[in-house]
Write a protein that binds this ligand. Structure first.
Ligand code: PLP
Length: 376
C-alpha cells in the first residue's frame, strides 16, 4: 500500500505532471513572470467556472481578505463579526486594519458560523460579517444575507476551503461559494482544493466598482503607470502559479468528486460507531471535503490520534486552540468560557487523510484502524 498522507500532492503530480511541466515551461520561455498572459487567462477561466463577474487574483488568501477589508472603506473601531472556529487569517486582517474583530461560536454540527450568534453580536458599530465556508461546506448564506440586508452590513465570504462548493438557495437555484456575498476570497495554498505550487489567492465580486478598486489596491494603488489613486500594496499572483492553476482548474470538478467518494466511504464505514460523529451535511450546500473532520467523544481524541500514528496514519487537529485564547488577541478582552462550542470542538475534532488520490485499500485501512481503536 502506498504511504498514506493527509494530502498527497506527489500522487496528483504523477497524474497531471506533464501538463504542469508544459505550462511552467511556457512561462519560463515567455519570461512574462509578473502580469503575464496566464494571469489574465486564469482570472477569466475562474470567472467562468465561478459564474461571477469579476475575479481579481492576488498573492495569497490572507491578502485577499486584507484587500477585501481595505476596499470597504471602514473606519478604525468598526466591528467585523466572524467565527471563532477558523484559520487565524480571518481575524488577523481585521485587527491589522484597526477594525475590531467580534468573534462568535460556530454551529457544533457543521462547524460553520452560527447565524443566531451573529444576530446577537450585531451592534450599531457592526459593519461587516465574514462567514467562512469551513472544511468545504457553505455556511448558511441565505440567512446571513438576509441579516446583512436588514442591518445594512457587508458580507465577505472566506471561501479558501470551499473552491467549487455550491450553495443551494431555497428556490432551488445554486451559486458557487464565494459569489453570494459582496466580496468572496479564496486561497491557492498548495493543500487547498484548488492549490498552486506556492502561494496564491483571489477575490470574487459582481460589483464593478469594488473590482476596479481591488485591482488598483493590489497593484500599489496605481491608476496608470506611476500615477496613484489609492494607498495600495503589492499583492500579485505570479504567472507560473497562474499557469499551474489553469491546468488544475480543468481538473477541479473531478478532484472534488473524488474527495466526495472518499467521504462517502468514510461515512459508510463509521455508521453505527457511537464513539465518533461524522461531518454533518446540510441540504443548502454541496460538500467538497477540503477536510473530513470527525468529532471524537469521551475525551479520546488525542489517544485515537496517537493510535493512528502508530499505524502510520496521519491525522490533524483543525483547530486546536480557539482564537479568543490566543495571546495576540487577549486585548479583545474575551474570557475563557465565552465560547463553549468552539472550546469543546477544539477538544473533539480530528481531520482524517483526505485527497482525490486515495485508493480503496488506504481508506479501508484507515477506517479499519479507527474502528479497531474503539473496539479495544
Ligand atoms: C488557507 C486559509 C486562509 C489563508 O490563505 P493563505 O493563502 O494561506 O494566506 C484564510 N482563511 C481560511 C479559512 C483558510 O483556510
Amino acid at each position: 500500500m502506498r504511504e498514506i498522507q493527509m494530502v498527497d500532492l506527489r500522487a496528483q503530480y504523477e497524474k497531471i505532471g506533464s501538463e504542469i511541466d508544459n505550462a511552467i515551461k511556457s512561462v519560463l520561455l515567455s519570461t512574462a513572470f509578473i502580469k503575464g498572459p496566464d494571469v489574465k487567462l486564469f482570472e477569466e477561466e475562474l470567472q467562468e467556472y465561478m459564474g461571477v463577474k469579476h475575479v481579481v487574483s492576488c498573492a495569497n488568501g490572507t491578502d485577499a481578505l486584507h484587500l477585501a477589508m481595505m476596499v470597504l472603506g471602514l473606519k478604525p473601531g468598526d466591528e467585523v463579526i466572524t467565527t471563532n472556529f477558523t484559520f487565524i487569517a480571518t481575524i488577523e486582517v481585521v485587527a491589522l486594519l484597526g477594525l475590531r474583530p467580534v468573534i462568535v461560536d460556530p454551529e457544533p454540527g457543521t462547524f460553520n458560523i452560527s447565524v443566531e450568534a451573529v444576530r446577537k453580536a450585531i451592534t450599531p458599530k457592526t459593519k461587516a460579517i465574514v462567514p467562512v465556508h469551513l472544511f468545504g461546506q457553505c455556511a448558511d448564506m441565505e440567512s446571513i444575507m438576509e441579516l446583512a440586508k436588514k442591518h445594512d452590513l457587508f458580507v465577505i465570504e472566506d471561501a479558501a476551503q470551499a473552491t467549487g462548493a455550491d450553495y443551494i438557495f431555497k428556490n432551488g437555484t445554486a451559486k458557487k461559494a464565494g459569489t453570494i456575498g459582496h466580496i468572496g476570497t479564496t486561497s491557492f495554498f498548495p493543500s487547498k482544493n484548488l492549490g498552486c505550487y506556492g502561494d496564491g489567492g483571489a477575490l470574487y465580486t459582481d460589483d464593478e466598482t469594488f473590482a476596479r478598486k481591488l485591482r488598483s489596491i493590489a497593484n500599489h494603488g496605481m491608476k496608470e503607470r506611476y500615477h496613484y489613486d489609492d494607498i495600495g500594496v503589492n499583492s500579485r499572483l505570479d504567472s507560473i502559479q497562474a499557469a499551474i492553476l489553469r491546468v488544475k482548474l480543468k481538473h477541479l470538478s473531478e478532484f472534488n468528486a473524488a474527495r466526495k467518494t472518499v467521504a462517502d466511504r468514510y461515512d459508510e464505514a463509521f455508521e453505527g460507531c457511537r464513539s465518533i460523529s461524522v461531518p454533518e451535511r446540510v441540504s443548502y450546500s454541496s460538500h467538497i471535503f477540503h477536510q473530513y473532520t470527525i468529532k471524537v467523544k469521551n475525551g479520546k481524541r488525542d489517544e485515537l490520534k496517537k493510535f493512528l500514528e502508530s499505524k502510520n496514519i496521519p491525522s490533524m487537529v483543525y483547530y486546536p486552540g480557539p482564537l479568543h485564547m490566543q495571546n495576540a488577541y487577549s486585548y479583545l478582552g474575551y474570557n475563557e468560557n465565552d465560547f463553549p462550542i468552539t472550546t469543546s470542538l477544539c477538544k473533539e475534532v480530528l481531520s482524517l487523510p483526505m485527497h482525490p488520490d486515495m485508493d480503496r485499500e488506504q481508506i479501508d485501512y484507515i477506517t479499519f484502524n479507527v474502528l479497531e481503536f474503539f473496539d479495544k
